[in-house]
Ligand binder design. Structure first.
Ligand code: SF4
Length: 390
């Protein structure tokens, strides 16, 4: 059987800035108990002034969000970074693939810093370029590759975005997946979509928004020969879903939805489309992180909401909306462990290093990968409009 270069410890030691694999922080971190951390972060930011632009993803800790110039989801933050060409340093408080996208969309003189290189994304790591190229080859041998349009979720490494750019495909976000899939199906007669790397976003969008059936979807398992699919299954499929998922959103279960509805009559269930199909089917509303935030902002006082997304964001929404009852859609604590790697000590270390003239943890996509990833990103930017759930 053919082997792939899948690391045994995807977030272990070692240096590989071109993958989602994390590495050790090379500097002297301040201790988490340092009582001066907040003052140090403030002083470093003030010293850098307009030279630095700090981006904070919605799933970041409060202690980090407090120093963000702007907050948002991964795509909004990449665009925000691109809109600040004067900022010499972009400090990205998020995960590796997001910092890559910011590097691709910003100018060559701007340097993107990820405060902790171990902040990868388990979902992005589930689709590695070698695996995707092997799948593409297998699809060619099955006689279907010429009909396949690859579509990758923003939550993927730069080389997967570049693969899509090179092969006539596009990037999508959780806000515009339906528009991107509609575009993809129009690209070729009898088009099929290879959807990377999140099977749940692909399935939920195809079935719930585009009217495809579950039977139109097959799952490509990169750990099985030929993805675990026969040539006939590939030929019959409309959606070839990569077997990847978010380890945070994949945890929510339909049973908990039932339990919460029994316990809190009238509660509204609001989930992200990275959740399993069975959970989304039971929810009242499904949409991107930005959609979740806007929905809660617009909700009437006294309304009750169970939210299925990352816990830092749900806690922040609950704190910001004390007039509404907001609960988490899981029985256990469910943070994104890699997002949480960015903490105040790492942020202070990154900012103070910049003040001292040293750029640490720079994320730099190689020019060839950047070129093709940009093709796929620009195809997305040219897509018509946005969905109602932007
Ligand atoms: S929440 Fe999920 S998709 Fe987002 S960074 Fe964490 S593991 Fe990746």
């Amino acid at each position: 059987m053919t082997t792939v270069d899948l690391p045994l410890l995807p977030l272990g030691r070692g240096t590989d800035l071109n993958s989602e694999r994390g590495v050790e922080c090379p500097g002297d971190l301040p201790t988490a108990s340092d009582p001066d951390l907040v003052a140090r972060a403030r002083a470093a930011k003030e010293a850098l002034g307009d030279k630095v632009f700090v981006l904070g993803h919605h799933y970041q800790r409060d202690e980090v969000i407090a120093f963000a110039d702007v907050t948002g989801d991964s795509f909004k933050l990449a665009r925000d970074a691109a809109a600040r060409p004067d900022a010499e340093y972009i400090v990205f408080c998020g995960v590796h693939f997001m910092a890559e996208s910011a590097d691709i969309l910003t100018g060559p003189d701007q340097q993107v810093v990820l405060p902790d290189l171990a902040a990868g994304c388990s979902m992005a790591d589930m689709a590695r370029l070698t695996q995707v190229e092997m799948a593409w080859q297998a699809m060619a041998e099955a006689g279907v590759a010429q009909s396949v349009v690859p579509v990758t979720y923003m939550n993927s490494s730069a080389d997967i975005k570049a693969f899509c750019g090179r092969n006539g495909g596009v990037v999508c976000t959780s806000s515009n997946a339906e528009v991107a899939l509609t575009w993809a199906f129009e690209q070729k007669p009898d088009a099929k979509v290879l959807f990377l790397p999140d099977q749940h976003l692909g399935r939920n969008t195809a079935v719930l928004q585009m009217g495809l059936s579950l039977d139109d979807c097959v799952v490509w398992d990169p750990h099985r020969p030929n993805g675990g699919l026969t040539a006939d299954q590939l030929r019959a499929a409309k959606m070839i879903l990569w077997k990847g998922h978010c380890s945070v959103h994949g945890r929510f279960s339909p049973d908990v939805v039932d339990e919460l509805r029994a316990e809190v009559p009238g509660i509204n269930v609001l989930v992200h489309p990275e959740c399993q199909h069975e959970v989304v089917l039971k929810a009242d509303l499904v949409g991107s992180t930005e959609f979740i935030i806007k929905t809660i902002e617009a909700a009437p006082a006294g309304s009750a909401w169970a939210i299925g997304t990352e816990l830092n964001l749900v806690k922040r929404l609950a704190a910001d909306h004390p007039d509404k009852r907001i609960v988490f859609l899981d029985k256990t604590v469910c943070y994104c462990s890699t997002m949480n790697r960015i903490d105040l000590p790492h942020l202070v270390w990154a900012l103070e290093s910049l003040v001292a003239g040293t750029v640490v943890n720079r994320i730099e996509v190689d020019p060839e990968t950047e070129r093709w990833a940009l093709v796929a990103l620009e195809r997305m930017l040219a897509l018509p409009g946005k969905t109602a759930r932007d």
